[in-house]
Design a protein around this ligand. Structure first.
Ligand code: TA6
Length: 297
């Protein structure tokens, strides 16, 4: 592991702004500190673990009980779910890529002094054993006063393939009971808590119990109104016509060993997706990009 971290530092380190560290459990993490923001991104899963714009409380939530082990999903941050969202028969939940080590293809500082990391992952024998298609996947993470994530799927094979996917974003909130999500009024959703029954949102989404919904046919940007912390988080998206909203609440939290007791009170997932009936077919030689841009209003 040390040699991976040494290699990353030799190739990509930017003195005082970007360095690579072992997070203590053997996984390399990009540690970013700029005047605009601090952030951490794990090479496993190309998973953003933290983002805090200067002058604000942390925006991205990470469980205190998260497990950092090679090949294990990490509770919190922004797991990349791909090439399927959710359950898929006996296959790993949320796809193949959140537990794999991605390559860092490029690290740069852009004209706006944001740190840009470009991660990549391609198919190999182990992905083809579970999902038999050649692909190239890139996640570009841009860290500044906003956090942008763009996931591009390229079909490098000769047959079309169909995917569902998510930037499964966990947000910090002051108190889930004093939080609402705007932008989904009048939108149909599939309610996982009610066996995927179809329902329609009326007004803002408020939280009084387990909430696990795939909002469909929506390209709308969302806002998290956090009354306890008196702040608004904005989520702008492209390449997505579904949004998932999730909070496990008290009972379901107990079934998640990588969440500490009561942590559901301080988190909320609003996920930029192509999920449920929102499926993307990518023709050979073509690409699709799913993107989310987060900001504090
Ligand atoms: O996005 C919501 C969801 O699919 C929930 O149903 C819940 O299970 C959550 O993701 C977490 O999934 P995970 O596989 O990370 O435990």
């Amino acid at each position: 592991m040390k040699s991976i971290i040494d290699t990353l530092n030799r190739r990509f380190r930017m003195a005082g702004q970007l360095q690579f560290v072992d997070n203590g459990n053997g996984l390399p993490v990009a540690d970013i500190q700029t005047p605009q923001a601090s952030a951490r991104v794990a090479l496993q899963g190309a998973q953003v673990l933290a983002w805090q714009p200067a002058g604000h409380k942390p925006v991205i939530w990470l469980s205190q009980a998260a497990v950092f082990e090679p090949g294990q999903a990490v509770r919190g941050g922004v797991p990349v779910c791909w090439p399927w969202f959710g359950a898929q028969g006996g296959l790993p939940a949320h796809g193949l890529v959140r537990t794999r080590l991605w390559a860092l293809r490029e690290a740069a500082m852009d004209a706006a002094s944001q740190v840009v990391l470009r991660f990549g992952l391609g198919d190999d024998a182990s992905t083809r054993a579970l999902w038999d298609f050649p692909f190239d996947l890139e996640l570009v993470v841009t860290v500044g006063a906003t956090l942008a994530m763009a996931l591009t799927t390229r079909n490098t094979g000769e047959k079309p393939f169909t995917i569902t996917q998510a930037l499964h974003t966990y947000f910090c909130v002051g108190n889930i009971g004093q939080t609402s999500v705007q932008g989904l009024d009048d939108t149909d959703y599939l309610d996982k808590v009610q066996n995927f029954a179809l329902a329609k949102q009326s007004g803002a989404v408020e939280f009084t119990g387990e909430t696990d919904r795939i909002y469909i046919n929506t390209t709308a940007d969302c806002r998290i109104e956090d009354r306890a912390w008196q702040r608004t988080l904005q989520i702008a998206k492209t390449g997505s016509t579904s949004t998932v909203v999730w909070n496990p609440w008290r009972e379901r939290e107990k079934a998640l060993p990588d969440m500490a007791a009561g942590e559901y009170l301080g988190m909320l997932c609003v996920e930029t997706c192509n999920a449920g009936p929102d499926q993307i077919t990518v023709a050979p030689g073509h690409a699709h990009t799913l993107s989310a841009r987060l900001s504090v209003a």
